[in-house]
Design a protein. Structure first.
Length: 224
């Protein structure tokens, strides 16, 4: 079942869209907190976004840029501002399509279906891990935090993936070394120490100091 994330300030319009798309078999979530749209997006992990331009706090162009920083998920802008400049700006910001208000629900459905067919013909899914605002993209091995993107080496990425996929749970050094060996990264205890140190330095440079904690004599943990 495809998941649709609706970011629309007008509750009536949002409800109408949600009810209509639910009848077509989509799992729908409507944005609740317009100051934390990205967090809701990551938690829901949708396959498509319907995004209004006129929103409280930050407009749709802002949130499109934020989403594009972590995902290539299709985005359809919905707005009453249907002049050419609004359409061009929406598409230049990373939108895939534009629907002007008032709209026909059948047109919305057709556009959603067409974008989903194009985007997921190979069954691609959004693959993200998020914790405390840090987003690890499993597709391109990058970490994004507060609009800063960090390029990770293969080992750094795997270490962070292991720790972020089990937040609050200590991963022993042996566990991490075994996981890296399974990926053909033949590291020893000293190499792991070096990789952890480099990863921590990269995280600290974007404001994630002490993101990875050491549990002496046991291993490492990203605390919940």
């Amino acid at each position: 079942m495809y998941k649709v994330f609706i970011v629309e300030d007008d509750k009536t319009i949002s409800n109408i869209l949600g009810q209509h798309l639910s009848k077509w078999g989509y799992e729908v979530k409507q944005a609740q907190d317009f100051q934390h749209v990205l967090e809701e997006f990551i938690a829901f992990d949708p396959q498509i976004v319907l995004l209004d331009i006129g929103l409280p706090y930050f407009n749709g162009h802002h949130w499109c840029g934020e989403i594009r920083g972590v995902s290539k998920v299709p985005i359809i802008f919905i707005s009453s501002a249907d002049d050419n400049m609004s359409i061009v700006m929406a598409l230049n910001m990373g939108g895939d399509d534009f629907i002007a208000k008032p709209f026909d629900l059948n047109v919305v459905t057709a556009k959603v279906q067409a974008l989903l067919r194009r985007a997921y013909s190979f069954k691609e899914q959004t693959n993200l891990l998020e914790h405390k605002g840090a987003v690890l993209n499993l597709k391109d091995a990058t970490l994004t935090y507060q609009e800063e993107k960090v390029e990770l080496t293969k080992n750094e990425y795997r270490i962070l993936q292991i720790l972020m996929s089990r937040v609050g749970e200590i991963a022993s050094r042996d566990d991490i070394i075994r996981a890296l060996w399974e990926d053909d990264s033949f590291v020893d205890d000293n190499t792991l120490t070096v990789n952890i140190a480099r990863l921590r330095k990269k995280l600290e440079e974007v404001g994630l100091k002490d993101y990875i904690k050491t549990k002496k004599g046991i291993g490492y943990v990203v605390e919940s």
